[in-house]
Design a protein around this ligand. Structure first.
Ligand code: N01
Length: 536
């Protein structure tokens, strides 16, 4: 049996950086990755139009300064193949592949307290042992297949955006159905419409959108960033969003309608998540939020010719930004095309998928292909699908059955020496996720180093500190409008999943300061036990 210092699960941004850090520390590390190559989310999500809604210059790693200078991002927001190339370059640059086992899914991880070791079993029938297990499994890595009657009966092609065929898919002349209107659908629908003979979009809930305003990366902006990359990266580490953008400087309710219109128009012109950060009250004051919503609805009405379709595309059931905002490029205009139709599932729900297509309560839609753009079992799915058993037979899935519990989103009481990168209770998906990953990886690496210096055997969250952190995470979310949406942040998209707001909305900078203080103070709130090599 292979015995290691650490096993890292996942070879996306998080797993790669974790491997690099632990190898630098001199540890023996094996990464286990279910995909056929590196990239994580960017390996799987190859649907047409897939790109990052975070700007390329920020959505990149800070630990390869030479690469920062050499690499040229062609567009303001990078498309999936470019990001995947970039991640491959990181793997090559650091010679990471030799410690990664691809096409290997972890089925279970069990803590053996007598030896203070984790036993990890893979779907290849192999068992590995390690002192530390680091779950770098991503927040959006388990596709959600909706439980629609007859789904298996469809005689045409079935696709899921998160499991896109590597060879691509030719929609030319085909009758296509897309189910779902989240970020993924909003990115892919204009591209699919460009090929399809007929496209029908099945919408249950409209989403709030901002224009991406994508385009070739401005060479002046690129030169400026390259001249100041280290300072920008350092600043980004302490902002709320993990990006260098204006943060909370404008109070919407201080502005009259005319002034607000100017400010919001500027946000829309700048595009992307620029809209999310300049305001102090957008995410806390329902009235302020409603004014942004009204502005965004005006925009939709000005872009969609059919008034009834425009109204259906205006999100009304949740405050602006309380579900992950979508960034669109030509999404709304797509509904002006004669061969594109929107079906409102609120008035005419899907009753079944049949061999020839989708039957709603009032019509049958014959199609050649159905695309499920139905999202993910987010934040917990990848962790709860693995049988993770900690102390005294405690299974993580059971522990989280009534809601996620974790200290700092990085360590769970009852699971010694198990770390979760961007786990529930950390900023993760609320911010630039690469920045979130780097902070976690560096903290975990330092913690493992500290344990070595202490000669300690194990570390895990104490139940009291875990409870206090969960309360803080909830209180922070409850001070905002976020819990008002039935979002995947809340687990609301998965039937039967506990409804708790999972990410930490306190912002990266404050969170980093807190984590740094915990480390500097000798890890209060954590239980540190045993002697290395002995029982925990
Ligand atoms: O998934 P979603 P996504 N019948 O969960 C609908 C990230 N991302 O893949 O809202 C009918 O947002 C569901 O309807 P409803 C980003 O963080 C990042 O689009 O539940 N419809 C919804 O419309 C994003 O938030 C980038 O009523 C059903 C849709 O499916 C996250 O991935 C790019 C249904 C799912 O939307 C997930 O986005 C793209 C059913 N039974 C995505 N079940 C970057 O920029 C579900 N739906 C990095």
């Amino acid at each position: 049996m292979t015995k290691l210092d650490a096993i890292v699960v996942g070879a996306g941004f998080a797993g790669l950086y974790m491997l690099h850090r632990l190898r630098q520390r001199g540890l023996s590390v094996q990464v286990l990755e279910q995909g056929g190559d590196v990239g994580g989310t960017w390996y799987w999500n190859r649907y047409p139009g897939a790109r990052c809604d975070n700007e390329s210059l920020g959505y990149s790693v800070s630990f390869l300064p030479e690469l920062d200078q050499e690499w040229s991002w062609p567009e303001r927001y990078s498309e999936q193949p470019v990001i995947l190339r970039y991640i491959n370059r990181i793997a090559d640059e650091l010679d990471l592949r030799r410690d990664i086992r691809f096409n290997t899914r972890v089925e279970s991880a069990r803590f053996d307290g007598s030896e203070n070791l984790w036993q990890v079993d893979t779907d290849n029938g192999e068992r590995l042992q390690a002192r530390f297990v680091i779950m770098a499994t991503g927040c959006l890595s388990v596709p959600n297949w909706p439980d629609i009657k007859g789904r298996e009966d469809f005689a045409g092609d079935t696709l899921h955006t998160a499991l896109w065929p590597h060879e691509g898919y030719d929609f030319t002349g085909k009758k296509v159905a897309v189910i779902g209107t989240g970020s993924t659908a909003i990115q892919s629908i204009p591209h699919i419409a460009g090929q399809a003979g007929k496209l029908t979009v099945f919408q249950r809930t409209a989403n709030h959108c901002v224009p991406a305003q994508n385009g070739p990366l401005d060479p002046v902006v690129e030169r400026e960033r390259k001249a100041h990359y280290p300072e920008m990266r350092e600043r980004a580490r302490y902002t709320r969003s993990g990006d260098v953008v204006p943060q909370g400087e404008i109070t919407i309710m201080d502005l009259d309608d005319e002034a607000l219109e100017v400010v919001l128009q500027d946000c829309w012109d700048q595009g992307g998540f620029y809209t999310q950060y300049p305001f102090a009250d957008q995410m806390t004051d329902p009235q302020a939020n409603a004014r942004v919503t009204a502005f965004s609805h005006q925009h939709i009405r000005s872009r969609v010719k059919d008034p009834a379709t425009a109204e259906l595309l205006c999100a009304r059931d949740h405050p602006f930004g309380t579900k992950r905002l979508c960034a669109d490029t030509g999404y709304f205009e797509t509904y002006n095309l004669d061969h594109v139709h929107l079906v409102d599932l609120n008035t005419t729900p899907i009753e079944a998928v049949e061999a020839r297509g989708i039957r709603t309560s009032d019509a049958m839609f014959d199609v050649d292909v159905i695309i499920y753009a139905t999202g993910f079992d987010a934040m917990t799915g990848a962790l709860t699908r693995i049988e993770i058993t900690g102390r005294d037979g405690l299974v993580l899935r059971d522990k989280w059955d009534h809601g996620t519990r974790s200290l700092l989103g990085v360590s769970v009481a009852g699971f010694p020496n198990l770390f979760t990168v961007t786990g529930p209770g950390s900023p993760s998906v609320m911010i630039n996720v690469v920045a979130a990953i780097e902070q976690h990886v560096e903290w975990i690496d330092a913690c493992i180093g500290w344990l070595g210096e202490q000669g300690a055997a194990s570390i895990e969250a104490s139940p009291d500190a875990e409870n206090a952190w969960v309360e803080h995470v909830n209180a922070t979310a409850d001070a905002t409008l976020f819990p008002k949406a039935n979002s995947w942040y809340m687990g609301a998209n998965i039937p039967g999943k506990a409804r708790v707001f999972m990410p930490y909305v306190g912002g990266l900078g404050p969170y980093r300061h807190h984590c740094d203080k915990v480390a500097a103070d000798g890890y209060p709130g954590f239980v540190v036990t045993g002697k290395q090599g002995g029982p925990a």
